[in-house]
Write a protein that binds this ligand. Structure first.
Ligand SMILES: *[C@@H]1O[C@H](CO)[C@@H](O)[C@H](O)[C@H]1NC(C)=O
Ligand SMILES: *[C@@H]1O[C@H](CO)[C@@H](O)[C@H](O)[C@H]1NC(C)=O
Ligand SMILES: *[C@@H]1O[C@H](CO)[C@@H](O)[C@H](O)[C@H]1NC(C)=O
Ligand SMILES: *[C@@H]1O[C@H](CO)[C@@H](O)[C@H](O)[C@H]1NC(C)=O
Ligand SMILES: *[C@@H]1O[C@H](CO)[C@@H](O)[C@H](O)[C@H]1NC(C)=O
Ligand SMILES: *[C@@H]1O[C@H](CO)[C@@H](O)[C@H](O)[C@H]1NC(C)=O
Ligand SMILES: *[C@@H]1O[C@H](CO)[C@@H](O)[C@H](O)[C@H]1NC(C)=O
Ligand SMILES: *[C@@H]1O[C@H](CO)[C@@H](O)[C@H](O)[C@H]1NC(C)=O
Ligand SMILES: [Zn+2]
Length: 659
């Protein structure tokens, strides 16, 4: 593609004013897990043997408690958080999880002035004094949630209550303290929210109180960001409910017995020095060695850590269709807070419990299975959202490197799906996500540094100088730099202009930049363009859109066929891969381009099924007069055609720089 110089000749040309960048969005989760001395363990509800006998059949009840900071959010953000995000996130988990019913009042434990405590009659006593404030994350617990302050002197005598107990919490199984403060952690790396548990009950060690801080500046009230915000909050709540490196050591089997041996002196697992939390046994997480991990330089050894609890193993084997799979792989990269506390991004791409959100996050059966395997919950698997990444792709997909997957598939002339190998460069050639919900790009980019050997996934790449493949990889490092098709946002001068998901009206290009007559909205899907560039012609000018490849259009399923709506016209698809040429006159510009029909089955089968109809099986060639073709009417003399190529994007290698 050459950028041809053009003469500026009418005011219309001044349209080229923004520099658009296509940026893959992903916000990293760093669940800074609570260290062993930051969690209070002694919340006494009932003795262990009484609890163990209860069946796990009570829908989880979560009490939300707001810190003052939440009320200081501006009105729109408060409404979003209070009326939409929190109620939806909380009710999701309330429906997804069952617990042993808490019949008693929950009285949370006070922090002691000293880190040592005495336990007398199953009640914790501080030495000399309790702390004035008991915090859970950023939130100071209200007096009436707290148990009495019980103290003894340093030789465990003279025990008294220095304050009386509060009313406590009745009718709930978990208290979730929410704050909205712009803390240090918020300022770092664009964190949206973070959460952790802070107290565990004494009988079965179930987390019973937790907190989440929502970072006010990162809360967006834009409709297209709502899904991500909701999923972030669901994700964070789950760290507090059980998916945390600080809780693995406390997981129990289905009978309520610990999976990790306890030390007789403390009644708790041994301490793990590295993580400053309790050790877990290999009944929970086990390390495996992959001896033949195929990368650019050959076979390497690689260790993986996997959750090997029974329900998780059953679910991952079923999902990936691999009976040798040892368990569900955990993330091994990222700072403290990312590694081990999330699913491996390469394996579970858009699962909400991976360490970074890239697109369409969902809670899968695997995550629900993990919750069941904590021994504290039973899962309602009907709440799982469907996942498609890697589904049924077998052991070669889940147990081998993406390099090996890409190479073997390529050698056999097969699709390398769900990975991709088209380098993101100018001009951008967009594609569609598998489910056609979004215009997308292969996130394969040139990094500004040589990737670590174990993540070099290409021997050769089109248009890349032999020997420099080591710089190329997917933009998501947590996915082991394996490239895949991803939603993205268009941005200009660091300001997000619009996203690429078809379902949001706000993602519509401005009318004067809508070359391909796209139409975003809740009944739109992504359709491929042909190899031909879209162009726009007026009587005076011709302009070409540099980026093309796919676009969002509204569609209907009627009379056994798929119909794509472009401009004010309806184009009927008669067979898959049919190329429909478009010529539409709009506001004095003739738009020319072409769209490729997907199969009716992919787009309409479900909808037809509900209506008791079906796709016409017979493929037909379209009637020759089936499609409208607008013409540009210009006075013949003095027409001045001016060619402009619209370069609306600039490729910057560090575009996908990770935080
Ligand atoms: C204290 O806990 C132990 C073990 O859970 C239990 O056997 C005992 O009955 C409890 N004592 C009281 C006074 O509840
Ligand atoms: C917050 O949400 C709750 C439950 O949805 C509602 O009852 C309450 O009125 C809301 N608070 C405000 C200040 O809007
Ligand atoms: C709390 O502990 C500190 C030192 O650890 C001590 O100086 C202080 O007097 C203690 N406060 C109370 C109320 O006992
Ligand atoms: C604790 O109290 C007992 C009885 O009042 C007393 O004998 C003992 O010396 C006290 N211990 C300390 C360390 O103050
Ligand atoms: C302290 O409070 C507990 C309840 O939290 C009560 O059972 C106990 O009798 C009280 N002890 C004293 C010495 O008041
Ligand atoms: C975070 O950044 C904001 C400005 O962006 C600043 O006002 C605030 O004090 C910072 N917070 C912390 C805890 O550093
Ligand atoms: C989750 O598992 C249940 C049964 O174990 C199954 O019925 C359901 O279809 C699964 N959900 C998804 C989204 O795969
Ligand atoms: C789609 O959008 C239209 C108008 O924008 C609205 O009336 C309709 O309820 C929406 N449908 C869904 C399923 O969101
Ligand atoms: Zn997380």
């Amino acid at each position: 593609m050459v950028l041809r110089k053009f003469k500026r000749h009418t005011a219309v040309c001044a349209v080229v004013d923004v520099l658009l960048l296509a940026v893959a969005v992903h916000s990293l989760c760093t669940h800074v897990h609570p260290k062993h001395d930051q969690v209070l363990h002694g919340v006494y509800i009932e003795p262990e043997h009484v609890m163990k006998k209860r069946s796990v059949d009570q829908p989880l009840r979560i009490l939300l408690w707001y810190d003052h900071s939440v009320y200081r959010l501006d009105g729109e953000k408060f409404d979003l958080i209070n009326n939409t995000i929190l109620p939806r996130a909380v009710s999701f988990w309330e429906e997804a999880l069952y617990v042993r019913k808490v019949e008693d009042v929950i009285l949370l434990t006070r922090k002691c002035n000293d880190s040592n405590v005495f336990v007398k009659n199953n009640l914790t006593h501080c030495i000399d004094a309790c702390k004035e404030k008991t915090m859970c994350g950023e939130v100071e617990l209200p007096e009436h949630h707290l148990d009495a302050c019980r103290t003894c002197n340093a030789s465990a005598q003279d025990c008294t209550n220095t304050t009386s107990a509060g009313k406590g919490i009745t009718g709930y199984d978990f208290v979730f303290y929410v704050s909205a403060m712009q803390t240090d952690r918020c300022n770092k790396s664009l964190t949206v929210a973070y959460a952790a548990h802070c107290q565990q009950e004494m009988g079965l060690d179930r987390p019973i109180a937790g907190h989440a801080n929502l970072c006010p500046k990162s809360i967006s009230t834009k409709e297209q960001e709502l899904e991500t915000l909701l999923s972030t909050v669901k994700h964070e709540i789950l760290h507090a409910l059980g998916f945390s490196v600080s809780l693995f050591g406390f997981y129990r089997d289905s009978k309520g017995n610990p999976l990790t041996p306890r030390r007789p002196e403390t009644g708790k697992p041994a301490l793990n020095e590295k993580y400053q939390t309790y050790e877990w046994s290999d009944k929970v997480i086990k390390t495996f060695e992959r001896k033949n991990w195929f990368v650019r330089s050959g076979m390497r050894k690689r260790t993986v850590q996997m959750v090997v609890t029974p329900n998780v193993v059953r679910e991952v084997r079923r999902y990936f269709n691999c009976n040798e799979l040892e368990g569900a792989e955990l993330e091994d990269q990222g700072e403290e807070g990312t590694a081990l506390t999330h699913w491996e991004k390469r394996v579970f791409e858009n699962e909400a419990m991976t360490g970074t959100h890239t697109q369409h996050p969902i809670i899968s059966n695997v995550t629900l299975a993990l919750m069941e395997d904590t021994g504290w919950y039973r899962a309602n698997y009907a709440m799982a959202e469907p996942m498609s990444w890697g589904k049924g792709l077998g052991c070669d997909f889940v147990m081998k490197s993406c390099k090996e997957w890409i190479s073997t598939k390529t050698a056999r002339g097969l699709s390398i799906h769900p990975f991709c190998n088209k380098i993101k460069k100018d001009p951008l050639q967009t594609e569609c996500t598998d489910d056609r919900t979004s215009v997308a790009l292969c996130n394969l980019v040139k990094h500004d540094h040589l990737l670590p050997e174990i993540y070099q996934n290409f021997d050769s790449l089109n248009y890349v100088l032999q020997g420099s493949e080591g710089y190329y990889g997917g933009s998501v490092s947590l996915a082991d730099y394996c490239p895949y098709i991803q939603e993205f946002t268009w941005s200009s001068k660091n300001v997000i202009v619009r996203g690429s998901n078809c379902q949001y009206l706000d993602n519509n290009p401005k009318p004067d930049k809508n070359f391909a007559l796209e139409d975003y909205g809740n009944h739109s899907k992504c359709f491929d363009h042909t190899n031909q560039m879209w162009e726009e012609r007026s009587c005076k000018q011709m302009r070409q859109w540099q980026h093309w490849g796919s676009g969002c259009y509204s569609y209907k399923c009627e009379n056994g066929r798929l119909h794509i709506l472009v401009g004010n016209y309806t184009y009927t698809c008669y067979h898959p891969f049919q190329e429909i040429s478009i010529r539409i006159l709009k506001d004095g510009w003739l738009h020319k381009g072409a769209i490729v029909c997907p199969s009716c089955k992919d787009m309409c089968e479900e909808e037809f099924l509900m209506k008791g109809q079906s796709c016409k099986l017979r493929e037909e060639s379209p009637p020759s007069t089936a499609y409208p073709r607008d013409e540009l009417q210009c006075s013949a003399i003095g027409v001045y055609v001016n060619l402009m190529l619209f370069l609306l994007s600039t490729m910057i290698p560090a575009l996908y720089s990770l935080r």
